[in-house]
Design a protein around this ligand. Sequence first.
Ligand SMILES: Nc1nc2c(c(=O)[nH]1)N[C@@H](CN(C=O)c1ccc(C(=O)N[C@@H](CCC(=O)O)C(=O)O)cc1)CN2
Ligand SMILES: NCC(=O)N[C@@H]1O[C@H](COP(=O)([O-])[O-])[C@@H](O)[C@H]1O
Length: 202
Amino acid sequence: MRVTTPTPDVPRARLAILASGTGSTAAAIMDAAGTTIDATVALVISNNSGSGALEHARTRGVPTLHLSGVTHPDPDALDTAMVEALADARIELVVLAGYMKKLGPRTLDAFAGLVVNTHPALLPAYGGQGMYGDRVHAAVLADGATQTGASVHVVTAEYDEGPVLAQAVVPVEPGDDVAALRARVQAAEKSLLLDWLATHFR
Ligand SMILES: Nc1nc2c(c(=O)[nH]1)N[C@@H](CN(C=O)c1ccc(C(=O)N[C@@H](CCC(=O)O)C(=O)O)cc1)CN2
Ligand SMILES: NCC(=O)N[C@@H]1O[C@H](COP(=O)([O-])[O-])[C@@H](O)[C@H]1O
């Protein structure tokens, strides 16, 4: 008779996700965590108390937190609260997945090199202030670009300027509108981000 020794419950790396809106990317990460990604989503934070991201977390039993200018009108206090929340949850990597606010210097200092963001374009193209969500796809279409894509990058002080970690190219098809391009980019983006996370925690 073959005796198998059960694998001891080795604690997994602890991820936090920051998201502002629908949260489809956050949901994809949560659904992959513990299977294709050897990590645990320990906390989901949103600046929008009514966000889909927080609802996705609640339905999956993942702890949530609303941190915003409403909870902390002073930006420095908000930055400090973010550091404390991430530290208290023993977070080892922070993923921005549709987070629409600038992370503050205290958070970036406390988690230097440990915050990554997914952006729906081929950075440095279509990045920076004002470049978020459908505004990115509209700008790509307005320029008549024949391709766009998704980028995963390290988060630094200014929007979208950190080192790029991974990219995926996505074609712009004739007749594309924002919705069609968003859908194609977001599908590629989820694959890119989940693959990067799976490799990062291997
Ligand atoms: N310190 C950093 N914080 C954030 C970064 C970053 O690289 N460094 N990335 C963004 C995510 N992002 C693109 O990937 C991004 C999000 C939002 C904006 C933007 O212009 N926001 C508006 C406010 C929008 C709103 O209130 O809904 C603004 O600041 O005027 C640009 C890029 C996340 N944080
Ligand atoms: N510049 C930041 C930015 O535009 N982020 C984008 O917001 C979307 C969030 O979708 P989701 O809420 O369904 O995950 C994602 O496509 C992400 O790349």
